[in-house]
Design a protein around this ligand. Structure first.
Ligand SMILES: Nc1ncnc2c1ncn2[C@@H]1O[C@H](COP(=O)(O)OP(=O)(O)OP(=O)(O)O)[C@@H](O)[C@H]1O
Length: 316
């Protein structure tokens, strides 16, 4: 069997005494679009730094297509590309100049480099802006140029760290269309950190990190099915008091999500009528619905997804 695109075994990382990653094991199959979800500070960037060979882990190992990130870092770097939140473009240079410069760092030059630049910019629908300075492009276009930059050397694995932060919904959609074209065209394996549930829904597999630990991993449908049955959302003036009542009187788990309580149950309507009977005074309103990935996140990570960090990009 070929090695998986990424194999992470027993990975831990400490900054001083703070454990940012804790005994993480995870495989990413070749050709997959694998999402990485987690609250702020859950260890996503730390994992990306280790995978991209920027630092060794404190314990455990990670390999990319069978190559160890610590023992064979240059071979790993040749096979992976990264597009991180702070994009790596020089705003004072044109799109083409940026890509030529980046290509040269990977030993690409001449006709082959020109062709590769043209191919990627055309694939991502920005070729008509090739000779414009980067600072004249909208945020959405800059992200697509940065994506082209990360792909110049034909990496088989691409790490994307919150690639659409700061973009409006339209620019986000266009960015994801570019990703779809990339997968069709080059079959690239993608690991993408995101805080957006609709982006995680697009992934074949989703891993959820909380406090440096892997708390869930599977396809979005499988993760939702694991919650079991339907979701009951209850609004209350005092969700934590209501949770304590429910847990002690009914012996079932309830998670607090903002002003609501979230309960997964195989017969949520029946449970709701029992709750109304016993604790009606504490319930402001309630809804029953099919589980979403956000429900999975709340249940596994124990917190609600973070709000979008404030971006400074101009959109379109
Ligand atoms: N260089 C560092 N020195 C000390 N602590 C660090 C360092 N980098 C990260 N940390 C801590 O390690 C933990 C994991 O951080 P990391 O940046 O990997 O999380 P993250 O999931 O990427 O967060 P975010 O979504 O906010 O980018 C956090 O508690 C963070 O404060």
């Amino acid at each position: 069997m070929p090695a998986p695109a990424v194999a992470i075994e027993g990975l831990s990382h400490r900054y001083g005494s703070h454990e940012a990653l804790s005994d993480l094991s995870l495989h990413i199959e070749e050709g997959a679009l694998h999402g990485l979800l987690g609250p702020n500070g859950s260890g996503k960037t730390t994992l990306f730094r280790i995978l991209s060979t920027l630092m060794p882990p404190s314990e455990g190992q990670a390999s990319v297509f069978g190559l160890s990130t610590t023992d064979e870092p240059s071979a790993v770097r040749a096979r992976l590309g990264s597009v991180f939140q702070d994009y790596a473009l020089d705003e004072n240079l044109s799109v083409r100049e940026n890509l030529r410069f980046q290509g040269a760092l990977y030993g690409l030059r001449g006709e082959a480099l020109q062709e590769r630049i043209k191919h990627l910019l055309t694939l991502f629908d920005v070729y008509d802006r090739a000779d414009d300075r980067v600072d004249t492009l909208s945020g959405g276009l800059q992200r697509r140029v940065d994506l082209a930059r990360g792909l110049l050397h034909r990496p088989e694995l691409l790490l994307l760290d919150e690639p659409t932060t700061g973009l409006d919904p339209m620019a986000r959609r266009t960015f994801w269309q570019a990703i779809d074209r990339l997968r069709e065209d080059e079959g690239t394996t993608l690991l993408v950190a995101t805080h957006l549930m609709e982006e995680a829904e697009r992934c074949d597999q989703v891993a959820i990190l909380a406090n440096g630990r892997l708390v869930a991993n599977g396809s979005p449908d499988a993760l939702k099915a694991e919650l079991g049955g339907e979701m009951l959302w209850i609004e209350s003036d005092d969700p934590s008091a209501l949770r304590d009542h429910i847990e002690s009187q009914f012996g079932i788990r309830a998670d607090i999500a903002g002003e609501s309580l979230q309960i997964a149950h195989e017969d949520a309507p029946q449970l709701l009528s029992s709750l109304y009977e016993a604790l009606g005074d504490h319930i402001r309103s309630a809804t029953v619905r099919q589980p979403t990935l956000e429900d999975v996140f709340v249940s596994r990570a124990g917190v609600q997804p973070d709000d979008e960090p404030k971006g400074v990009l101009r959109n379109s």
